[in-house]
Design a protein. Structure first.
Length: 153
């Protein structure tokens, strides 16, 4: 199994982050790789739902299955890719600070290969994971802007 994770601290509460993680239609706002994402037939975003994700610069659409959902804490998706099963988990934790509201999001991507014989496997996994840090920075920006505009002072 191949695994990659990255963590980004943010100056906002978990609710502000969850607003963007739990709304697939907003993913294109914070992840520059996403053109559109939505559940088919307007089904609710809930554990076990399926999402259609269309990356930018391609005509392909991928099917993500929301396999776990722990509101305001974590969400995991699974998709079948050419070389195996890709699982992505986003986890949110509240950080203790000196009176400042801070949170951290960790994104973990795991690839369970369906074969160990493919020499392109590591290169493909590297391509997939190269967008994680920019996506986390985009999520940070959106959540912090939301927090600053919607939190009473």
């Amino acid at each position: 199994m191949y695994s990659f994770s990255a963590t980004q601290e943010m100056d906002c509460c978990p609710d502000s982050i969850w607003k963007y993680l739990a709304d697939p239609s907003s993913w294109s706002l914070w992840d520059e790789r996403v053109d559109a994402c939505h559940p088919p037939n307007n089904q609710p975003f809930a554990e076990g739902c399926t999402l259609s994700l269309k990356p930018k610069n391609t005509d392909e659409t991928f099917e993500l299955r929301n396999i776990t959902l722990d509101e305001f804490k974590s969400v995991s998706f699974e998709e079948q890719v050419l070389y195996g099963t890709l699982r992505t988990t986003h986890s949110i934790v509240m950080l203790n600070g000196d009176g400042q509201v801070r949170s951290a999001v960790t994104s973990k991507v795991e690839l369970q290969p369906n074969t160990s014989e493919n020499p392109r496997l590591l290169a493909e996994f590297s391509t997939i994971t190269s967008g994680i840090n920019p996506a986390l920075l985009g999520l940070k920006k959106c959540a912090e802007i939301f927090e600053n505009h919607h939190t009473p002072r």
